[in-house]
Design a protein. Structure first.
Length: 408
């Protein structure tokens, strides 16, 4: 009974449940039954909802951020920088939302490839590993949302304590200087707008991490199956060196064929998801240097203690936008390189001639590492992330003469 229950839940696509739930909430993921019947009432209502919330996020939010700088004379420099560091992210957010919406069906089509990979995981240990991956990916989504919302809450609280709205977003009939209730309305409006924007940011930033983590899991499971090729089940080291019978050699050959098919499925899965991830990370890398520079200027020079705490959390959130994806991409590169080593570790001695020939072919094909690039311009890995951060920090120190400030 326990094994049957485990097999029912052993599906990699379940790791994306929270991702698509958030996409549904922000108006990007059409319900299953509504997709089946496009003229249904539910489908029509969701499309209306989708148009409203996407128009709000793609058009209204960037507009109110830009218009808020009409009255910068009433804002302190720390407040301007706090708003500006978020405004850049909010204005560039459509560049991440639109590709996800456009390629959403492409991402959904990856479920079929994941199901094919799941079918090869017959051992109980493999199924447990997939279940662990599902749990981890679900937690990743909540961690992203929690960190982003923590920044939003902290900024709102600091605004109340300082008597200044966190962003002073443009509301035509409202002037928060006139009365206390208008100040409260302005602050709550800023808080709600930021919360919704953070929800968009969270799902756009965490879906690459979850997809890459799933691919990594299947690469590692494939490497384990490759290492076990040519060995009898429950055999000792001495027994595994004994020549196999023709029937056993045929079984091992079929297992090798299945491993090659799984490797091809993994490559097709990467071809499916990599174009979407490529655009998302490229857009984020474009603005990371500017955001980090503004945030560090605000922290080191202009912000008071409360604003420094909020800006520090924002710095963490901006780092979270690219660092986990770069880390997972680096680990995926390392995992893919272990496939070739796993081929050398399998028991290929004593196998049939066609097994060895096919193994050589597989060895040649597995030499190509699985990599991700941002719009085919630069690789997505930790080295790129560190170089980007180092450039941002160097530019900040150089332009602001921070070295001279701290040495005086």
């Amino acid at each position: 009974m326990a094994k049957a229950q485990l097999e029912q839940k052993c599906e990699s696509r379940l790791a994306l449940t929270n991702v698509f739930r958030v996409l549904y909430l922000v108006g990007l993921q059409i319900p299953e039954d509504a997709r089946a019947n496009r003229n249904s009432t539910q489908g029509k209502l969701y499309r209306i909802y989708s148009v409203v919330v996407l128009t709000w996020q793609l058009v209204v939010v960037p507009t109110v951020f830009v218009l808020s700088y009409k009255s910068t004379g009433d804002m302190e420099i720390s407040q301007i920088l706090t708003s500006l560091q978020v405004a850049i992210n909010a204005c560039i957010l459509p560049g991440k939302i639109i590709p996800v919406a456009y390629y959403l069906q492409r991402l959904r089509s990856a479920d079929t490839l994941m199901n094919a990979l799941d079918a090869s995981c017959e051992q109980m240990a493999e199924q447990h590993r997939i279940l662990d991956t599902v749990r981890t990916c679900k937690r990743i989504v909540w961690i992203y949302i929690a960190v982003y919302w923590l920044y939003s809450l902290c900024t709102c609280v600091c605004g109340f304590l300082l008597g200044q709205p966190p962003y002073s977003l443009y509301i035509p009939p409202l002037d928060w200087h006139r009365s206390r209730w208008e100040f409260c309305v302005q602050t709550i409006f800023d808080f709600l707008v930021m919360d919704w924007t953070c929800l968009h940011q969270a799902v756009d930033d965490c879906y690459p991490v979850t997809y890459i983590y799933i691919v990594r899991t299947h690469v590692q499971l494939l490497a384990q199956r490759i290492r076990s090729l040519g060995r009898r089940l429950s055999a000792t080291e001495e027994e595994s060196l004994v020549s196999l019978t023709p029937a056993e050699q045929e079984v091992q050959y079929n297992k090798l064929v299945h491993c090659i098919e799984d490797h091809q499925t993994l490559l097709r899965l990467m071809d499916t998801i990599s174009p979407v991830i490529s655009i998302t990370i490229f857009v984020q890398f474009l603005i990371t240097a500017a955001i980090l520079g503004i945030t560090m200027i605000n922290i080191f020079i202009f912000a008071d203690t409360n604003s420094q705490i909020a800006s520090g959390l924002y710095f963490l959130a901006v780092t979270l936008q690219t660092s986990p994806c770069c880390y997972q991409a680096t680990c995926l590169l390392h995992d893919s390189e272990t496939l070739s080593l796993a081929i050398f570790q399998c028991q290929w001695l004593g196998q049939s001639a066609r097994f060895r020939k096919l193994l050589l072919f597989f060895l040649h094909r597995s030499q190509q590492p699985i990599t991700l690039t941002a719009m085919k311009l630069f690789p997505i890995n930790l080295a790129t992330k560190i170089a980007k951060f180092s450039f941002s920090l160097y530019t900040l120190i150089k332009k602001m003469n921070l070295g001279e400030r701290f040495t005086k």
